[in-house]
Design a protein around this ligand. Sequence first.
Ligand code: IGP
Length: 260
Amino acid sequence: MSKFTLTASILKRNAEGQSAFVPYMMAGDGGLDVLHERISFLEEAGADAIEIGIPFSDPVADGEVIQEAGSRALRSGVTLRKVMSELQAQTHSIPLVVMTYLNPVLAYGLSDFVADCEGAGVKGLIIPDLPYEESGLLSDVLVGKDIALVPLISLTSSAERIEKIARTAEGFVYAVTVNGITGVRSGFGSDLMDHLTNLKRLSNVPVLAGFGISTPEQVRDFSPVVDGVIVGSAIVTAFHEGDLEKVKSLIQAGRPAVRQ
Ligand SMILES: O=P(O)(O)OC[C@@H](O)[C@@H](O)c1c[nH]c2ccccc12
């Protein structure tokens, strides 16, 4: 068993012959009041971990759908601090992965942030603007904690860099499937499956694909190649429109998948 709860949750799903599913939701979209309800819904629908986005004023990696969800949350006054205290108020058994840009974390204070994550059931962090070379800043404070610092690997990284990041990854490897920002895509590059197979070979932790995956068919296409998928924009849109059946069908799409 891995030392991280986050990894164990993904491996457990894979051990059942199924692909893991990690939905992304924007904290505070629809109001902070619905945060716990949505987490419970995703957990009951079969998610293996939940990526919780923190709204931020300058979300450089986010596409239109996530940006708009972030703006809605910001307009209603949602901050990292408010999300953390809401998460601490009621914990869930599903591992939570907080996705935030670095600035709000620095403003919060690194060690306060990590302590509050521990009290909130946060089992992983994704910080897209924290480069691998500077990850020591945070990993120093995470030593001995059950909070994985999940790295993103982009398609344009050099082979050397890919290898280094994959070998030292914690929690899982977030394999970014497209060049560019988050959001719905109709197709993927032809070399993508080779790239993902290579990442799986190099990595000691599960490899999850994310960016541009928005339909049950796409979820199914990825499930034989990687250990799971991350779906953001499609989930955010479905919640915004109140289409809970769509959320369920995305989560169930890779199951039962026939995996080797
Ligand atoms: O929305 P998509 O294309 O399904 O991609 C997932 C993505 O939204 C989520 O993981 C995410 C939202 N913002 C990010 C910033 C960087 C990396 C990842 C993310």
